[in-house]
Structure formats: C-alpha cells, structure tokens
Design a protein around this ligand. Structure first.
Ligand code: AMP
Ligand code: MG
Length: 343
C-alpha cells in the first residue's frame, strides 16, 4: 500500500512538474525581461532565476554604454587615448562579435558609433528632447569613420586605432543576454524555456505540444501586424524606430543610425528577423533597418539570415520567402506582402 501511494505521489509530482510554468520578471538595459520555464520544481526555477538575475546585473553594469563605472566605459576611455586595455573574459566575446557583425553587415551594423548615438541624445534613460544636434557636428563625427575595424584584439588586450571609436552594444546586447540566459537554464537541466526582453523573444525546448505564438507589433495601431509560430531554439527579434526616438516639430529622429552618415534611419518602422542565434538576429534586425527597403536582401544574405519581415512608413510589408510562408495575420483584410528573394 505504502508503495502504491509512493508511486501515485511520484506520478502526481511529475504531472505537476510537466505542466508547471514558473515565471520571473527581471530588468536589464532599460527593459523588463520575462523568463518562463516549464516542467521544473519551483525551487529549482527560483535558484536558476537568481543566477540569471546576477548575470543580468553584471551585464547591465559592465556593458552599459553611458553609466560610469562599468567595463565598457573603461574600454571606451582607453579607446579615446589609443592605449591598449585588458578586457575580461565576460566582455571580450562581445567585442569579437561586434567586429564580426560589422564585417558581415558591410559596415551597416557598427557598434563603434557610440559617440554618434550619444550626440543624438540616446545615451540617457529618457532620450533627449528638442531639435536635432547641429548637422555639422554629426557630419564631423561621421567623417572620423569610427569602426569596429579600428578595434583590434590580441589575447585579452584590446586596442583602438581611432580615437573616435566608442563602443555601444545597444544593438545586440539584448540578444546576447537572452542567449546567455537560455544557455544557463539548459546547463541547469532546464530545457523548456522562453525569455523575452522588450518584445525580443528567445525560445528553448518545447512549449507543451504546441509552438510559441509570437506577435509582431504594428507600431501604428500598437496591435499585432502578424504572428509567427516559433519552435524551440528559434529567436524572434524586432528592431523598431518607434522604440526610442527624439521628436522635434513633428520630425522623429530614431535611435537607429546609419554609420555612413551619422543620421538616423528614416522610412523604416521595423524589421523582424528570426534566427537560431539571438545575438545575430538582434544585430541583423538593426543592420537591415539601416539597409532599408532596397538593400536588405543583400545584407541579409551576407549576415546569413533568411527570415526577415520589414515594415516601412508607407505601410508596405516586405518579407523573405521563408518568412512570408509562416506569417499568420489577425482577422480582417490581409495586408499585401512584397516577397523579396535573398540572393
Ligand atoms: P535595436 O533596438 O536592437 O535596433 O538597437 C538600437 C540601438 O543600437 C541603439 O539605441 C544604439 O545604441 C545602437 N545602434 C544604433 N545604430 C546602430 C548601428 N548602425 N550599428 C550598431 N548599433 C547601432
Ligand atoms: Mg538589434
């Protein structure tokens, strides 16, 4: 009898674990991160959340582009003088990734443009208000061509050959953070999880017997323009010019900057990329926003992403064939999708 009870109890516990979702809300880079894990006893989930909170706290401190005291600020100070600087094993991989994304994106994603981002007033919790900075000042900064190609890595030492370089990981740090969180959960034996940071979503394992349904925002109505069913391991990243901007006399200046000109991107409302690597998806969604309506297929091919959705300010939707095939639309008239092949 005792044995039977034990067996029943075990089964009940397993059933409870199998279905249980445990959630946590955390905070990093000005964004709430929602973590949901499945099939894990609450205590195990809570222990994992504590480890994630500690990691996010360190990322927030060390990868911050403008709050003093962190490692990135120390690297940026050294870049200004050209002095070599030793970098921790925590931050070095991001510098290497930033160099790779610069090359892959043909210079459209360049994390070395921190000074330009700052000059536009985006190095503040609330973006600056008021008229655009003087055209001449921005042009002068862009003319110094700060680039990740000016940043060299030798062992654990980083040297910047251009004093205009200032690192800003804002375009891919959320992706790196979400990827790290999912890998950390997996290392703890938590296979089924979803981590969402400000509308960017990374998934791992299974969501019961159904996929995760991820909505892509319509920035005009704040509703959902389309949805995709994501399977475990996929990440869905959206870069939107509506997320952070400064506005003056009806003109909006977005926080996504074209490194070639130093000027904010115009006419693209958002770009969504689905890929298995969240950091790459994050960088690519920013890079393709810079590339714009004509050039995005070329840059997507270079970056190795094949699932792209772009919305422009005329209301046109552009998609790669693989993305177009999996879009689901809310009820009502279906929007026309302009499908473009990736070369
Ligand atoms: P996201 O929301 O991922 O598109 O990231 C936007 C952030 O990336 C901005 O707030 C800047 O910190 C940074 N950023 C802006 N333009 C670029 C660019 N062309 N390349 C790399 N990072 C950028
Ligand atoms: Mg991005």
């Amino acid at each position: 009898m005792k044995r039977l009870w034990f067996a029943v109890l075990t089964l009940l516990t397993l059933a409870a674990c199998g279905d249980t979702e445990t959630k946590s809300s955390q905070y990093i880079f000005g964004t709430v991160v929602e973590i949901t894990v499945r099939g894990v006893p609450k205590a195990e989930a809570e222990a994992a959340f504590a480890e994630l909170a500690e990691g996010f706290r360190r990322m927030h401190a060390d990868w911050h582009a403008w709050k003093p005291g962190g490692e990135l600020m120390r690297v940026n100070a050294a870049c200004g003088t050209g002095e070599p600087v030793r970098v921790s094993a925590f931050t070095l991989p991001l510098i290497a990734d930033a160099k790779r994304y610069r090359t892959l994106s043909d210079g459209l994603f360049d994390a070395a443009i921190g000074r330009i981002v700052g000059a536009w007033g985006f190095h503040a919790d609330e973006p600056e208000k008021g008229r655009a900075p003087p055209f001449e000042a921005i042009r002068a900064l862009a003319a110094q061509h700060p680039s990740m190609d000016d940043v060299s890595i030798d062992g654990d030492t980083v040297t910047c050959a251009n004093p205009a370089v200032s690192l800003d990981f804002g375009g891919f740090a959320k992706g790196a953070a979400v990827d790290w969180a999912l890998a950390t959960l997996r290392a703890r034996g938590i296979a089924d999880a979803v981590v969402s940071a400000g509308g960017n979503v990374g998934t791992s394992g299974r969501h019961g017997d159904r996929p995760w349904r991820i909505g892509i925002r319509d920035p005009k109505t704040w509703g959902v323009i389309a949805a995709v069913a994501a399977e475990g391991g996929e990440s869905v990243y959206t870069s939107g010019n509506y997320e952070r901007f400064r506005e003056h006399e009806g003109v909006r200046y977005a926080h996504i900057i074209d490194p070639r000109t130093g000027w904010p991107v115009e006419h693209i409302l958002s770009t969504t990329v689905i890929a298995r690597d969240g950091s790459l998806a994050d960088a690519a969604s920013t890079a393709l926003t810079v590339a714009g309506v004509e050039d995005w297929p070329r840059v997507a091919a270079r970056m190795g992403v094949d699932q792209v959705l772009m919305l422009d300010d005329a209301g046109n939707l552009y998609a790669s064939p693989k993305m177009a095939a999996r879009l689901a639309f809310p009820e009502g008239p279906k929007p026309r999708v302009i499908v473009r092949d990736i070369p």
